[in-house]
Design a protein around this ligand. Structure first.
Ligand code: GLA
Length: 361
């Protein structure tokens, strides 16, 4: 049996499809898969709380399987596209990463199916190849044009470390991230607010970035070295805001890594997280009233820093707090949500866990 986790991204939001840097940790929450090879030319997939799915491998193509099983079918299809023929499989899934919370339950599902099929059929794929398969499933089968953050986190992260990934070169480093030793905790605040317009808006941000890079004559916004000059060269006000977010966010990833590498006070990460949130809210325009409230209520209750994490428009925020004040911050955020007439959030402390791994049964 295999397990692949969800994630929170510490810093580096909407940078991955701009060839930039990301810095996620994997969560202890994830999805497990037990896969048995069969030869009947079909996949049977079951998961707790949803309708079982069955699809034929012959004729499998984008659009042939819909709903939750599309993530499973997408992985099988992406493997077939690479020349790996799956003869049939029974797939039993279970999980505890909430769906729609911006914690990458979809990537966890894709990654656990990919790594379990790889194992059962002896395909011998590397983790990087599995990332490519899982991402292809999401991009080309499910149809979401996302970057490589979520699948990389699910397959590469290590317990006790934040993953610093250069999404252009693939270069990576596992940077020690021991908040507990510093008397700190990272709270995840799942707003439980439904994602609004996520898919269309995500693709729209991506198009904005591509348009800006094209106008600047660059491959990707990662290539901007002089932000002032780049902003002056752009004619469209909205694109200027998008570019400013991406370029400053990339710099913030490196700033946080400098703090982690420097071995100094980890509280110094806090202001960088706040700056990231403001940039995502004002320049990138992907926050939501619930996310903004989660951040302001956490800061008001003494958090050192807080920001939305993931794609935005709902989902989750993170807050860096003194471990001793975690309960107070949780209570303040919960009270703030009630006062605003929002449904109750779900708040828990994130621990940097291992990426996809085999689990004994
Ligand atoms: C979603 C996408 C990722 C990334 C984030 C924003 O989670 O799946 O690829 O772009 O949004 O950082």
């Amino acid at each position: 049996m295999w397990r692949a986790p969800g994630r929170v991204n510490l810093i580096g939001e909407h940078t991955d499809y701009n060839d930039g840097f990301v810095a996620p940790i994997a969560l202890p929450l994830g999805i497990t898969a037990r896969v048995t090879a069969t030869t009947d030319g079909a996949v049977h997939a079951r998961s707790v709380g949803v309708e079982p799915a069955r699809f034929d491998l012959a004729g499998l193509a984008p659009g042939t399987v819909e709903g939750w099983a599309a993530y499973v079918a997408g992985v099988v299809w992406a493997l077939a596209e690479r020349g790996h023929d799956i003869t049939g499989a029974d797939i039993d899934l279970d999980g505890d990463v909430p769906h729609g919370a911006g914690l990458s339950s979809s990537a966890a599902l894709e990654c656990v199916v990919a790594i379990a099929l790889d194992d059962v059929f002896g395909l011998g794929l590397t983790r990087d190849e599995l990332i490519a398969v899982a991402r292809r499933a999401e991009n080309d089968y499910v149809g979401l044009p996302n970057g490589v953050l979520d699948q990389s986190a699910s397959l590469l992260c290590r317990a006790g470390h934040v993953l610093l990934l250069d999404t252009r070169s693939g270069e990576r480093r596992h940077v020690p991230f021991d908040l507990a030793a510093a008397g700190l905790a990272l709270l995840v605040i799942d707003t439980r607010a439904p994602h609004r317009l996520v898919d269309g808006e995500y693709a729209a941000r991506r198009r904005d970035c591509e348009a800006a890079a094209a106008e600047l004559g660059m491959t990707a916004l990662r290539d901007v070295v002089d932000l002032v000059a780049a902003l002056a060269a752009l004619t469209d006000e909205r694109l200027r805001h998008r570019v400013r977010h991406v370029v400053t966010e990339n710099a913030r990833v490196l700033e946080v890594m400098g703090i982690l590498d420097g071995g100094g006070d980890l509280r110094a990460i806090g202001p960088v997280l706040i700056a990231s949130h403001m940039s995502l809210r004002d320049d990138y325009e992907v926050s939501s009233p619930e996310l903004d409230l989660a951040v302001s209520a956490a800061l008001g209750a003494g958090a050192h820093g807080a920001r939305m994490t993931g794609g935005g428009f709902g989902g989750s925020a993170i807050a860096l707090v003194d471990a001793a004040s975690a309960d107070d911050v949780t209570a303040a955020v919960t009270a703030g949500f009630a006062a605003a007439g929002f449904g109750p959030p779900s708040v828990f402390a994130a621990v940097a866990a291992d990426g996809a791994h085999r689990v004994e049964v």
